[in-house]
Design a protein around this ligand. Structure first.
Ligand code: COA
Length: 183
């Protein structure tokens, strides 16, 4: 997203229906959807991209409406070159194929541009929509990570779905990878 997307960002958040499950989010009050907040969001996203830690993208439909977000999160370099895949589609646009199309594009960006070797989706076992999506993307179920993340006031388990660059027929190489300077 860039500065000129403020109006579509605001409209999109106002058009969301009340949450459909515990992993979903409802509409945001109009008073929170300010130009200053959007500017800060963009600036935070840029900082995280520049630090090679987190990449957030807006998902737009062909008419230019913002329909959700996709991200490559918590990039780890060192010897693993791993990251998490994140996605959220606004509930007014569910089950239209946007989640799958956005996640597929983000997987491509993760392996070809961000150059990770391993991409993991950590999904709570009850989130059947997200599990269906991960499976439809050909992600491999690797197991249950116990008490993996602190959400909604408690430690929750995550089922891990994974791809590595080999799954896309790509040989991992570090050309173009941003390495952080050693201290
Ligand atoms: C998960 C989410 C991104 C799916 O988005 P979507 O745009 O509705 O998904 P799509 O229409 O592209 O569907 C892709 C696949 O997901 C699966 N899926 C989607 N909704 C499903 C449901 N209600 N039950 C089972 N599988 C479902 C299906 O496999 C589907 O493929 P198919 O339509 O060929 O059967 C969306 O529900 C969402 O944003 N949920 C809230 C946030 C969230 O849970 N994020 C993930 C946290 S791990």
């Amino acid at each position: 997203m860039v500065a000129k997307d403020f109006d579509v960002w605001k409209t999109a958040h106002l058009g969301v229906n009340s949450p459909k499950n515990k992993w979903d989010r409802g509409p945001q009050p109009a008073k929170e959807l300010t130009r200053a907040k959007f500017k800060k969001l963009l600036s935070d996203q840029k900082k995280r991209r520049d630090a090679d830690t987190y990449y957030d993208l807006g998902v737009f439909d062909s008419k230019g409406n913002l329909v959700g977000f996709a991200s490559v999160m918590e990039v780890v370099r060192g010897i693993s070159h791993a990251a998490y895949l994140g996605y959220r589609i606004f509930n007014s646009y569910w089950r239209l194929g946007y989640g799958k199309e956005a996640a597929k594009a983000m997987i491509d960006i993760a392996f070809r541009d961000i150059k990770v070797h391993r991409l993991e989706a950590g999904i709570e076992p009850g989130n059947i929509r997200s599990i269906g999506l991960a499976k439809s993307l050909g992600m491999r179920r690797e197991g249950l990570k116990k008490r993996a993340v602190f959400l909604r006031g408690e430690w929750v388990d995550l089922t891990m779905y994974t791809l590595t660059s080999e799954d896309l027929g790509l040989k991992f190489n570090t050309i173009g990878v941003k390495f952080k300077r050693r201290r």
